[in-house]
Design a protein around this ligand. Structure first.
Ligand code: HEM
Length: 508
């Protein structure tokens, strides 16, 4: 009997070695029954770089064969002509799709999760609202500036004096980006209101919800659905996180409603006023009287905007400060440009003047774009074709086959960015005349391209500049020795172990 077992094991081993030998030159080994899954699972901790290696070897597009009987069947591309094709030329054939909706059910009917009329409605509402508050970007930027001055600066001063270690990612999430997103969505300054639980409990619930959703990508659908039905494991964690966070959003909706009706009773005869009650994207939805939107829909709108605005900005800032801290030559150039172009007392300027000055900081802008080229906050995008199609690269796509575009890889392709594509080099964004170089969005898709381009791009860039200026002028960051900086496997490319640093003062 034992001889039979040994024989079977040896036979299996010979088959595996034989298969491996025949496939040794393949880009990814395609195992019988298991497809390419073993190699993908083995490389999960370095997924973005693994995908980039595949992209380089395959010329920019590759089909990942998944296990037999599995519905997972991906085509991954980072080829700019394919990106353009998917997001613009054949936009209607590439919706987000039902699969995405199911995995991200926490987003409900929010803009990040829907196609067709609900998506169009939310983009239209955003445009209506920005037309009404043409200066809202400036308002958000100014409020961010105040938050930095009132909260972050004292915290960093304290860190300088006590020499404590700071996790910049956690600090930004706690002090800046969450509050700022809530201000933009609801027009509510969180510091002025109290809630059933603490702000940090709600933020924790938001983070936990995002992590649990990501796990749905790597475990089979039937398995996570079973966990959900039994209300155990990661699905239980997701349900609790969702309920906790919803409690927070519904309180914000109710506060906003009270604020608006109080404001209306005081201004009955004055339809156009610019009080605090009129601020926040949700007001434009809440003003609808004939067919009022349900609280559940308002919650979905708010959740998507929060998901779109908070971590993308935190991630962008962390990669920016890490890159600058590790490249003193670039830090020096940013500071020299600031000294040359920011004349007078920058801190006491009114916001319009500050924004005008910021637009002259070409090197700073180039450094921010270069950060997003190598570390895009949203590294992947996901679409599901409704009909069969052929990419400009010649690859055939089947209906319902998952299409992943890797913006992370596009930024690292020699064919797109040249031989020095892996070098962090802000100079590539500046022309010989010293002007900022325009790169078409399908080559630089950090803010996505086509009809679903990011709605917060301008706002985010102003916020990044304000943070960069205010911090770099006053502080120098020293990354803690041995601290490992690597990306998380989340929708947004945050840092897996945070950004641990010490702070020292700088005299500008
Ligand atoms: C550094 C900051 C940011 C980056 C890198 C970024 C990037 C992106 C990307 C790549 C997408 C496409 C996502 C997808 O289709 O799944 C997107 C969509 C979106 N972004 Fe941003 N974003 C940033 C900040 C913001 C901010 C501050 C807002 C707030 C208004 C915002 C609002 C949105 C919205 C509403 C969408 C959905 C657009 C649609 O589907 O039509 N983003 N963003």
């Amino acid at each position: 009997m034992s001889m039979v077992i040994v024989g079977v094991v040896l036979f299996g081993l010979v088959l595996v070695i034989h298969h491996w030998w025949r496939n040794r030159n393949a880009i990814v080994t395609n195992w019988p029954m298991l497809g390419m899954l073993p190699t993908v699972l083995y490389n999960i901790p370095r997924l973005h770089d693994f995908i980039t290696e595949i992209m380089k070897k395959s010329g920019g597009t590759f089909e990942l064969k998944c296990p037999l009987f599995s519905s997972m069947n991906f085509i991954i591309t980072c080829d700019p002509s394919n990106l353009q094709h998917i997001a613009t030329t054949k936009f209607s054939n590439y919706p987000k799709g039902e699969e995405f909706r199911e995995v991200f059910d926490v987003l409900g009917d929010g803009i990040l999760n829907v196609d067709s009329h609900l998506w169009k409605l939310q983009r239209k509402m955003f445009q209506l609202w920005t037309q009404r508050h043409a200066k809202f970007d400036s308002f958000v930027a100014m409020t961010l500036y105040r938050k930095v001055v009132d909260d972050l600066v004292p915290f960093l001063n304290h860190a300088t004096e006590t020499k404590i270690q700071v996790d910049l990612q956690e600090t930004l999430q706690k002090m800046i980006t969450f509050d700022n997103a809530i201000l933009f969505i609801f027009g509510l300054d969180l510091a002025s209101y109290s809630f059933k639980s603490s702000k940090s409990d709600y933020q924790k619930a938001f983070n936990e919800g995002q992590e649990a959703v990501i796990l749905r990508h790597v475990i089979p659908k039937s398995y996570w659905k079973l966990l959900r039905w039994l209300d155990i494991g990661t699905e239980r964690k997701l349900r609790i996180a969702r309920e906790t966070f919803d409690e927070f959003i519904y309180q914000c909706i109710s506060l906003k409603r009270d604020q608006m009706s109080h404001n209306q009773s005081q201004n009955n005869n004055n339809a156009h006023h610019d009080g605090e009650a009129n601020l926040g994207l949700l007001t434009i939805y809440m003003e609808e009287k004939e067919k009022p939107y349900s609280d559940k829909f308002l919650r979905d709108v708010a959740y998507s905007f929060l998901a779109a605005a908070r971590d993308t900005l935190t991630a962008g800032l962390c990669w920016f400060f890490w890159l600058v801290a590790t490249r003193p030559d670039i830090e020096t150039k940013i500071l020299e440009e600031m000294k040359e172009k920011l004349v007078g007392n920058y801190d006491n300027l009114d916001h319009n003047k500050r924004e005008e000055l910021m637009s002259k900081l070409v090197y700073l802008q180039a450094t921010i774009y270069e950060t997003f080229r190598l570390y895009p906050s949203v590294p992947f995008n996901h679409k599901t074709p409704t009909k069969a199609d052929v990419f400009p690269s010649g690859h055939h796509v089947k209906p319902k086959q998952m299409v992943l575009t890797s913006v992370y890889s596009t930024g690292r392709m020699e064919e797109v960015w040249g031989k020095d594509c892996l070098d962090f080099k802000p100079e590539r964004w500046i022309s010989e005349q010293g002007e900022f170089v325009y790169v078409p969005p399908h080559k630089f898709a950090a803010f996505h391209i086509g009809a679903r381009t990011c709605l917060g791009k301008d706002m985010a860039l102003i916020q990044m500049k304000i943070m960069a200026l205010t911090i770099l002028k006053n502080y120098h960051f020293h990354i803690v020795e041995g601290h490992l900086v690597c990306p998380t496997l989340m929708v947004t490319m945050n840092m897996k172990y945070g950004l641990k640093l010490r702070v020292s003062k700088r005299s500008f």
